[in-house]
Design a protein around this ligand. Structure first.
Ligand SMILES: Nc1nc2c(ncn2[C@@H]2O[C@H](COP(=O)(O)OP(=O)(O)OP(=O)(O)O)[C@@H](O)[C@H]2O)c(=O)[nH]1
Ligand SMILES: [Mg+2]
Length: 211
């Protein structure tokens, strides 16, 4: 109906994909949002995004996932890319050691540009190519623990852990929202379909984490 805003979700959360060129960010996005994989995908130029709504602990969460170029020369303005992001998937390629060595560089960029409360999951992608492995799973796990990140090995090709990676990030964000809501229970209840900023302590007090 004209003029009617019909939200089909409880929260809209912005997630960004970061990591070196060729690690599989765009294919992780297409696998998660369209269940598609492309062996010959081209390097991303500028910014793209796609959405998918899924259930987290009984709430409908619409994930708006942003994808940009790993290559510096194709990247869009960094501050705009990170603005409002509440979660990030930091992707490396388990067959390309330099993409893992660059994780620290991506973390620095994230910390310089994104909200300090952003939830980050590090994904070692292309787990289907274990015969070409150049980064041990344990090295990924250790770095993640040192940096306080979640960690999973994924494969956009065979879909291994792709769903789980996003579920993990979204669930963690949802728990942060709930904690903030509990800490600010006297704030007026906003309507459905609220956009969330993890840095905003008065963001939402909907009845979440009620159990
Ligand atoms: N075997 C395998 N290949 C993958 C996987 N994910 C991506 N690829 C391939 O890796 C190449 C690069 O993938 P993209 O998704 O375009 O990489 P990207 O990180 O988006 O690269 P930029 O856009 O340049 O930053 C493509 O040939 C993909 O088909 C995976 O999980 N397994
Ligand atoms: Mg890409």
């Amino acid at each position: 109906m004209a003029g009617k805003i019909d939200h089909d979700y409880d929260y809209l959360l912005k997630i960004v994909l970061i990591g070196d060129s060729g690690v599989g960010k765009s294919n992780i996005l297409s696998r998660f949002t369209r269940n598609e994989f492309n062996l010959e995908s081209k390097a991303t130029i500028g910014v793209e995004f796609a959405t998918r709504t899924l259930q987290v602990e009984g709430k409908m969460i619409k994930a708006q996932i942003w994808d940009t170029a790993g290559q510096e020369r194709y990247r869009a303005i960094t501050s705009a890319y990170y603005r409002g992001a509440v979660g990030a998937l930091l992707v490396y390629d388990i067959t390309k050691r330099p993409s893992f060595d660059n994780v620290q560089r991506w973390l620095r960029e994230l910390r310089a540009n994104a909200d300090s409360n952003i939830v980050v999951l590090m994904a070692g992608n292309k787990s289907d190519l274990s015969h070409l492995r150049a980064v041990d799973e344990q090295d990924g796990q250790s770095l993640a623990e040192k940096e306080g990140l979640s960690f999973l090995e994924t494969s956009a090709l065979d879909a291994h852990n792709v769903e789980r990676a996003f579920q993990t990030v979204l669930t963690e964000i949802y728990h942060i929202i709930c904690k903030k809501a509990l800490a600010a229970q006297d704030v007026a209840l906003p309507g459905k379909g609220t956009t969330i900023n993890v840095g905003d302590s008065s963001a939402n007090t909907q009845s979440c984490c009620s159990s």
